[in-house]
Design a protein around this ligand. Sequence first.
Ligand SMILES: *Cc1c(COP(=O)(O)O)cnc(C)c1O
Length: 402
Amino acid sequence: MLDKSTGKSLNAEENWGEATRLVRGGLERSQHGETSEALYLNSGFVYPDAETAEARFAGEDDGYVYARYGNPTVSVFEERLRLLEGAEACYGVSSGMAAVWGALACQLVAGDHIVASRALFGSCYQIVTKILPRFGITFELVDGHDLDQWRAAITAETKLVFLETPSNPTLEVIDLKSVVQLAHDAGATVVVDNIFATPVLQKPLQFGADVIVYSGTKHIDGQGRTLGGAILSTVEFKEEQLKPFLRHTGPSLSPFNAWVLLKGLETLKLRVLEQCRSALKVAEFLEGHRAVRRVIYPFLESHSQYDLCRDQMLAGGTMVTFEVRGGKTAAFDALRKLGIVDISNNLGDSKSLITHPASTTHRNIGEEARLAVGITDEMLRLSVGLEDVEDLIADLDRAMTA
Ligand SMILES: *Cc1c(COP(=O)(O)O)cnc(C)c1O
């Protein structure tokens, strides 16, 4: 509800600063007055009488009925992330891919057409190009940075636009405002995978996007413990599209995982901003290194979309992608010599992690698709963690110096 004289929300939590929302948003203490959020590890709920049970099933009483539909710990996580994003509604799910699949599949029917950016996370690419077509949904892929391609691909037939920015692993940035405008002019819904940017660095709703998806597994947990995901949208989308689809298909977020993610949210901003500071330093170091051919980092002036990155994002992100001179052999040599940074395809973690996308995360899209988005055999993708940046730089230097 808005205050008529000031236009500000009357809901106190929505007026809190971001850090306060992350620590206290959605907090609902039990009768015991615990400091930290309670963990309700239950699958079912009991009713005081049959009338209440009937009312809950009829939707006339909004109490819980079954953990596949909702759970108090999951609700606190949803509310906290909702407040951070500034969205009307949030739906917690079991993984980032459950969020992507749910956000797309809940609204598509046979015969629909979707347009997506070509540079997608491997599993997102599979959904768009292999799984959805089995249900009669056609797709077109575009180079996300090229507005002319979006303009040509989005037609009156387009039901949905799906994109990821910055993209994995080439950190290509898409002009959200312009693509949203093109999509909305055609009557299409825009779904944004905001996982690389995190809700701390980029708020796609401010650029008009309709639905935002997250993997809680990445920065939100950020400590390598659990899978999780979330979909943010309007109340109408949640009630009319998401609930009827997700409640009956079962990708529910476990209360325990929700609790871990909830604790992760408390430190999300601190961690992400610190990781961004280190990532920029690492990117600057790599850019000056003899063994490095090219560095891609959104807040380096050498990024081909530097101005757009500055307009859309608060900082450059926690990921640095670079190419070493000497092909796959040199890339694998560097990985072998690292002493601190671990080889892992996960990302957004407090531990720095590095992967060779061509042979791991993007292996199954095939060489042709890899080269179309610029994923070479000498490319490495580094997720910068919370270690002392001097140690990370020394580790990388040692690994790349023969
Ligand atoms: C990891 C990731 C996903 C999938 O998230 P999971 O929690 O692993 O299912 C989707 N999109 C992007 C960009 C990712 O990095």
